[in-house]
Structure formats: structure tokens, C-alpha cells
Design a binder for this molecule. Sequence first.
Ligand code: HEC
Ligand code: HEC
Length: 287
Amino acid sequence: MQVKVVIGTIAFMLTMIILGYAALREPERLEHFTAAREGRTVETGAKLFFDNCATCHGVDGTAQECYDSLGNSIACQGLPLNNYFLVCGDTPARLEQTLFEGTKQQFIERTVAAGRSGTAMIAWSERYGGPMRDDQVKNVAAFVLNFANEELCAAEPISFNWPESVDDFFVMETEDFVAAPGDPENGAAVYTSFACNSCHGNVEEAGSNQIGPWLGDIEEVGATRVEGQTAVQYVYNSILHPNDYIAPDCATGPCIGPPSAMVQDLAFRMSNNPQDMVDLLAYLIGE
Ligand code: HEC
Ligand code: HEC
């Protein structure tokens, strides 16, 4: 009888020790589990990305190298997603530019789910007639967010300090940049390389605009848009700060915004070579 009690007590104590140990290990186990699940989410997202998004956003998400389904190199139509201003920090600059209130995860999930109307970025969620389930939208968004690694986010890319006044810009002389007289020929090339033509059409051909206003007469109408702004100041502002003023008439009706449907990151993208801005203005305004 006594032996049974002793055995029973020992068995009970052993059980408690094992349970206690398991309980202590639980957070660690959960952490492992969560990390594994996140890993799987990103992995599933990667496959979805290569199958559906890389044709426009590039094989590494930088929108520099794109291929069609036959493997031919084609021009990338999408914006860079593997990009400091979209994924780094708690509130990336892109959210502020588009006046988005929410987290970057929400920004990317919503953009993928609902698309951007009037652009090549279709709605991907079934809820909006697209091909993806909710979990797939989440997974591919997780993959995009995962571009935010230490290397990309270590330091803010150098961004040119655009003067407010275009006249100050034209006479700028700093260590990195000395403005040269505008070259309209290069300006025409810039107009195409920054895909202005995809929305604003050919300046030689009225009505060729698809999304934004036609810019063939911007030299005249630009001077009438904002009180106190010359045409060249207005165009300079429109490129750097598209949300400040919304033009009245777009290709298919009144322009929407703010936020403007115009690309929002030209101030960053043109920072690599500010002379492009001088040349572009020379092309559009003849200055
Ligand atoms: C047919 C080309 C195309 C495909 C395919 C495509 N996109 Fe896009 N995407 C675009 C374009 C163009 C834009 C910019 C739209 C605009 O002007 O605002 C864009 C914008 C985005 C943005 C917002 C970027 C920003 O800085 O605001 C995200 C995020 C995005 N795409 C993710 C995806 C994902 C994820 C997929 C795949 C499921 C995908 N895209 C497939 C063309 C495409
Ligand atoms: C994705 C489409 C898109 C691209 C690409 C784009 N824009 Fe725009 N742009 C718009 C839309 C839409 C508007 C009208 C809304 C507004 O005023 O912001 C606009 C407005 C403008 C205006 C004001 C026009 C007016 O009639 O008042 C100028 C100037 C302009 N864009 C210049 C450019 C230049 C230069 C580029 C290339 C460096 C460019 N845009 C690229 C869509 C685009």
C-alpha cells in the first residue's frame, strides 16, 4: 500500500516536471513556429511574384530587368518595389506622398488587391475581379515587404535638394551639380525614358494623351494654372509635387485628386541626374 503511494507521488512529480518544462519551452517553440510560418508566407509570395509581377516590376523588384513569358527582354512598366522609399522605415515616403493613412503593409496589400485604376497595375484580388485569393494577396505583399533588408534600408539614398524656385535651380552651382543650358533633344529622350508619354501622349499630337492632360500646349496653359507661377515654374512644380495642384482636364474627364494619378516619385528618380530636369523643361517649355 505504502509502496503504491510512493510510486504514485513520484509519478505525479515527474509528470509535473515534464509539464513544467514543456510550458517553459512553449514561447520558444511558438517563436520558431511563427518564424517558420512567416518564412513560408514569404516563400509562397516569392513564387506568386515571379509568376505574376516580375514582368512589370522586374525579376528582383527594382523594375530594371523585365522579361515576357517567352523570356524576351522587355521594358519594365511597373514602379520599383525593391525601393527604399516604398518599404524602408515605419512610414515610407511613398505613403506620405500618396496621403495614405495606415501601415506600409496595408498600403501594399491594398494596392495589390485593388490595383491602381487607369494604370497597368490591375486589381489582383478576387474581391475586385482579379485572380488572387486573400491569402495569396497577403503572401505576395509579404514578399514585397521583405525587400526591406538591412542593406537596402541602411541609409537614405541621396536625394537632390530641389530648390523651390526654378530660377534658382537653373543657376545652381554645387559640388555635385552645375546646371548647364537646357538641351531640348535630350529633354525629348527624358520625356520618354521617364514614361511621361505613356500618360501625357506625344506633344506633337493633340489628343494622343491616355491619362493625364496633353502637354503640347503647356507653354501657354501652364502660365494660367496657378497665380504667380510662370509656365516653367508650374511644370517644374507639377513634376516634383504632383499633389499641390490638380490640373482640370485629363484624357477621359476631370483629373482626380489629390492625390494625383501622376507618378509620385520623380523628385527621387530625377535626383540621379538633375540636368535631365533642365533638359525636360527646355523640351516642354523651350527654356
Ligand atoms: C502589367 C504590369 C504590372 C504587373 C503585372 C504588376 N504591376 Fe504593380 N504596378 C504596375 C504599375 C504601372 C504601377 C504604378 C501605378 C501608378 O502609376 O500608380 C504599379 C504599382 C504597384 C505598387 C505600388 C508601388 C508604389 O510605389 O506606389 C505595388 C505595391 C505593386 N504594383 C505590386 C505589384 C504586385 C505584387 C504584382 C503582382 C501580383 C504587380 N504589382 C503586378 C504595373 C504592374
Ligand atoms: C502615370 C501617369 C503619369 C505619368 C507617368 C506622368 N504624369 Fe504628369 N500628370 C498625370 C496626371 C493624371 C496629371 C493630372 C493631375 C495633376 O495635375 O496632378 C498630370 C499632370 C501633369 C502636369 C500638369 C498639366 C496641366 O495641364 O496642368 C504636368 C506639367 C505633368 N503632369 C508633367 C509630367 C512629366 C514631365 C512627366 C514625366 C517626367 C509626367 N508628367 C509623368 C499623369 C502622369
